[in-house]
Design a protein around this ligand. Structure first.
Ligand code: PMP
Length: 445
């Protein structure tokens, strides 16, 4: 066992107490509060490569990567240098600059969209793309999938995944809307279908298709844990266009992660609009949405769909995004290395769980992985309902065992973990040693 004497968490606990007095629940985003695994969250002081250092000075091997953006690892020299150099020229202009043009050129060239608009978060990207779809089609309704999460805009907090699957206000199986404060009238404009159920999607489109402005989906789901789409489901998604609805791929998590061209590139999808966030900002706050010129040209000031942002196209954020995309493009072996590491991680977790007699079903694609605590065969978990059958108590116990061994896993059964370029052989070995001990600790239940 790799467990050394329990590191102190006194500083994190003291910060958490101070934070709770001044911020709801002590955090600025719910999943960070560790509600579904118990205990106090670690407050992070700094991060380099694959490691975080918490407020008590404990080094943690990071599998969250800021929930996706840090594909190159923390504090990557190229990103640091780009941001530092931008910083010397001022932090915000409220006027256009060359970096925005360069990042837009890179994104359009790499992904094949004609036009892209930068915003400040994934939430803004999906919210704006839906407004655009409604403006471009003149229709009111949108369709999303159960357990997919597209940020916290009102109309998207309906049967949503991620923190809504585990935190107060979003109990499993709860009917729409999944947050207080979203009027029923508003939620009614959001229709919900099951992920990976082509027949249900076809039927809903048959019945309501003429009213639907857009179908928005995660091309690979990260927010119910990892769910991988079937070819039949992808074909049904393409058919929504026959009803005049726009197809919106939410690549906030998968964009530039599953390949340089994201999940849509990997899976051969042809959406009308794509949303990005996370990696496109290299760890600074950025989102984006893009698509064909005939659709995007409805956006203000070219067209009548209004969307704006005081800090949009921020020079530091653009610099971080550009540097990140340049490193990704300049290292053709990188995605293969991420894939190999994560495949070995998946195999190692399966073997360790099997050895300890712990039921585990691993979904993995590229550098995204969720190890569900349940009996289902590998690959059989395909929907929110499937994921929800997991033993969250067993997951929480395993999570705490891993954390005690210095492995910082996502603190919820219903999230993906993210492997980055700074994860190497030593990290894999350390993780699997910890996992063997952690599963053994759960065994014999
Ligand atoms: N869409 C997806 C698929 C996401 O995973 C997320 C965030 N995890 C969002 C949208 C929202 O992005 P943000 O948190 O930057 O608003």
């Amino acid at each position: 066992d790799t467990l050394s004497p329990a590191p102190t968490t006194a500083q994190s606990e003291a910060l958490f107490a101070r934070a709770r007095a001044v911020t709801p629940g002590g955090v600025n985003s719910p999943v960070r509060a560790f509600r579904s695994v118990g205990g106090s969250p670690r407050f992070i002081r700094e991060a380099h490569g694959a490691y975080l250092t918490d407020a008590d000075g404990t080094r943690l091997l990071d599998y969250i990567g800021s929930w996706g953006p840090m594909i190159l690892g923390h504090d990557h020299p190229a990103v640091r240098e780009a941001v530092t150099s931008a910083l010397a020229g001022g932090t915000s202009f409220g006027a256009p600059g060359e970096r925005e043009v360069r990042l837009a050129e890179a994104v359009t060239r790499i992904t094949g969209v004609d036009r892209v608009r930068f915003v400040n978060s994934g939430t803004e990207a999906t919210m704006s793309a839906l407004r655009l779809a409604r403006g471009a089609t003149g229709r009111k309704y949108i369709l999303k999938f159960r357990g997919n999460y597209h940020g916290h805009a009102d109309g998207l907090l309906v049967e949503a995944g991620s923190g809504l699957m585990t935190n107060a206000g979003g109990a499993l199986g709860q009917a729409a809307p999944s947050s207080a404060g979203v009027p029923e009238e508003y939620a009614r404009l959001t229709l919900v279908s099951e992920y990976n159920d082509p027949a249900a999607l076809d039927a809903l489109m048959q019945e309501r298709g003429v009213d639907i402005a857009a179908v928005i989906f995660e091309p690979v789901v990260g927010n119910a844990g990892v769910l991988i789409p079937t070819p039949e489901f992808l074909a049904a998604l393409h058919r929504v266009r026959e009803h005049g609805a726009l197809l919106i791929a939410d690549e906030v998590m998968t964009g530039f992660r599953l390949s340089l061209r994201g999940a849509t590139g990997l899976l051969g999808l042809r959406p009308d609009l794509i949303c990005w966030g996370k990696i496109i900002g290299g760890g600074l706050p950025v989102g984006a949405y893009g698509g064909r010129a005939d659709v995007m040209d409805h956006v203000s000031p070219q067209g009548p769909v209004y969307q704006a942002g005081t800090l949009s196209g921020n020079p530091l954020a653009m610099a971080a995004g550009l540097a990140t995309l340049e490193v990704l493009e300049g290292d053709p072996g990188l995605y293969g290395r991420l894939d190999t590491y994560t495949a070995q991680l998946a195999d190692g977790l399966r073997a360790a769980a099997r050895e300890a007699g712990v039921p585990l079903s691993v979904n993995r694609i590229g550098s995204m992985l969720t190890a569900f605590h349940q009996e289902a065969p590998d690959g059989a978990i395909r929907s929110y309902a499937d994921a929800a059958r997991s033993d969250t108590a067993a997951f929480a116990a395993w999570f705490q065992q891993m954390l005690a061994r210095g492995i910082y896993w996502a603190p919820s059964q219903f999230e993906s973990i993210f492997v980055g370029a700074a994860h190497g052989d030593a990290e894999l070995e350390q993780t699997l040693a910890a996992a063997r001990a952690a599963y053994a600790g759960l065994g014999g239940q």
